[in-house]
Design a protein around this ligand. Structure first.
Ligand code: MG
Length: 485
């Protein structure tokens, strides 16, 4: 009987992976006019997934099956959790959310391009309303935002998460201020670099980091992202004015892909072969982007490659200081490692109030700009680089943003443990022997799929619950040395 259940679970998993490919296609290669048909395709798949997940048969299995081991228990727990939530949501609503999100994405894209918030506003309004209704069905007695947060991070309590985020903010503010007051602002040593060379460097970096191009691909998109499974992990980056941005975006997405590719192949399309949710996923990307890609050890290794590809003559120290420049930027994904989290704090604040019905959609641009001034001391020149900058809301993803900062905390905690367990990790990175770190992560995180909950996974890997301390210690040490405080 468990085998029948598992076959159905795999069907569900495969539908999900098929939908992911369609979404990737929509964001990377699909012509604009394909939107209508694509919206229907994705909506059809979502409806089918909802039907499979909420069927009576599934309900019976979940009620009657007794797990024979820890793995079966994990599969039943994960499918059971999703079933319980989904069964409470009317199919029509699921379909409507999916269709609206598919329609909203190109509207957001155009609104951003044309700096026209009005164009996107009705879609945002509709999505907020639909998601609020969704939350009301799932857990009528819980704050809607918390219900939405659980879709992205089911195993960390929102109140605990808030405390951690608050500790992070309190810890970061004086550091950012200190750096700002010091006026130290090393510039980029590279100047303008043509897009082909930027891409050439990205490909070279991915090869050296160990990205398996036989099981993965690299493309460009306006908002870098990653998707896929253990057989086919796709990442994107964007090329633009800052050549180190395209590189570090790619290193970030590489971390996501490495997680995906490290999932057990035998358990493809079941929870044991799926990644843990967004906090853990983001910890993997942040670890590579910040703890490796923004380390002096990495740049001692990689600067010669960069110089060769760009025809430049930079020193490791220069590039290291360049990629660790702290300077408030209106765009989150172009922000430094520290002020980044103040972007997250603002988005978190606004979306929480939006979902709670405490602010209206048409107030968002103003609130955004005021908030930027309050947190970062800068005011975006347009909505395109203000509240329209991020894609998430066009997907109807509210409750997603906190996982970015939580992921950074987890990354710092994991990297601290890796540094304790792998002797001479810095030297290993400096020699470009990234497989040592990859294996450690595969062993501690990737191979477990969803066997452990988020909190269990962190505790097993690091010996302690998720905490803001390793992150703040890392920040103090690295930026203290860089900026002399
Ligand atoms: Mg990410």
């Amino acid at each position: 009987m468990y085998e029948d259940f598992l076959r159905e679970v795999r069907r569900l998993g495969n539908l999900g992976h098929a939908a992911s490919v369609l979404r990737w296609d929509q964001e990377v290669v699909m012509p604009e006019e394909g939107t209508g048909a694509r919206a229907e395709q994705i909506s059809t798949l979502s409806t089918q997934m909802h039907e499979l997940l909420t069927s009576e048969r599934m309900g019976r299995w979940l009620e009657e099956l007794e797990p024979r081991d820890r793995r079966e228990a994990a599969v039943l727990r994960e499918v059971g959790r999703r079933h319980e939530r989904a069964v409470r949501v009317p199919e029509r609503l699921v379909e409507e959310i999916s269709r609206t999100a598919s329609e909203a994405f190109p509207e957001w894209n155009r609104a951003k391009r044309e700096d026209d918030f009005e164009r996107f506003a009705p879609y945002l309004e509709r999505l907020v309303e639909l998601k609020r209704r969704y939350a009301g069905h799932v857990e009528p007695d819980v704050e809607p935002y918390e219900v939405l947060f659980q879709d992205f991070e089911p195993y960390l309590d929102l109140r605990d998460a808030e405390d951690l985020l608050e500790e992070m903010r309190r810890g970061l503010s004086p550091v950012v201020e200190e750096i700002g007051a010091g006026g130290a602002e090393p510039g980029s040593p590279l100047g303008e670099v043509p897009e082909e060379r930027q891409m050439a460097l990205v490909i070279r970096a991915l090869e050296l980091l160990g990205f398996d191009f036989a099981r993965g691909r690299l493309d460009t998109s306006p908002h870098p992202f990653s998707t896929g499974n253990q057989f086919d992990a796709r990442i994107t980056t964007r090329v633009g004015s800052d050549p180190l941005d395209s590189l570090l975006s790619a290193v970030h997405e590489f971390g996501h892909a490495l997680y995906t590719l490290g999932l057990p192949v035998d358990h493809y399309a079941t929870p044991l072969g799926e990644p843990r949710e967004l906090t853990v996923h983001e910890s993997q990307s942040r670890l590579w982007e910040n703890h490796v890609g923004r380390s002096l050890a990495f740049w001692r290794f990689f600067t010669p490659v960069l110089n060769e590809t760009f025809g430049t003559d930079a020193s490791p120290g220069e590039v290291y200081r360049g990629v660790n420049r702290v300077r408030p930027h209106p765009v989150r994904v172009e922000s430094d490692e520290l002020t980044y989290h103040l972007h997250v704090a603002l988005r978190f604040e606004i979306e929480r109030d939006l979902v709670a019905g405490e602010v209206e959609v048409d107030e968002v641009p103003g609130l955004w700009n005021d908030g930027m001034e309050r947190y970062l001391g800068i005011r975006p020149e347009s909505d395109a680089e203000g509240c329209l900058q991020d894609v998430h809301w066009s997907h109807g993803s509210f409750g997603y943003f906190p996982t970015y900062s939580l992921g950074s905390m987890m990354a710092a905690q994991l990297y601290a443990s890796a540094s304790e367990e792998i002797r001479g990790l810095d030297d290993i990175v400096e020699r470009g022997e990234f497989e040592t770190l990859s294996s450690w992560l595969r062993e501690e995180v990737h191979r477990h799929g969803q066997v452990y909950t988020t909190d269990e996974l962190v505790e097993r890997a690091t010996g302690a619950p998720l905490s803001s301390e390793p992150f703040l210690a890392y920040v103090g040490e690295k930026f203290g040395e860089l900026y002399g405080f």
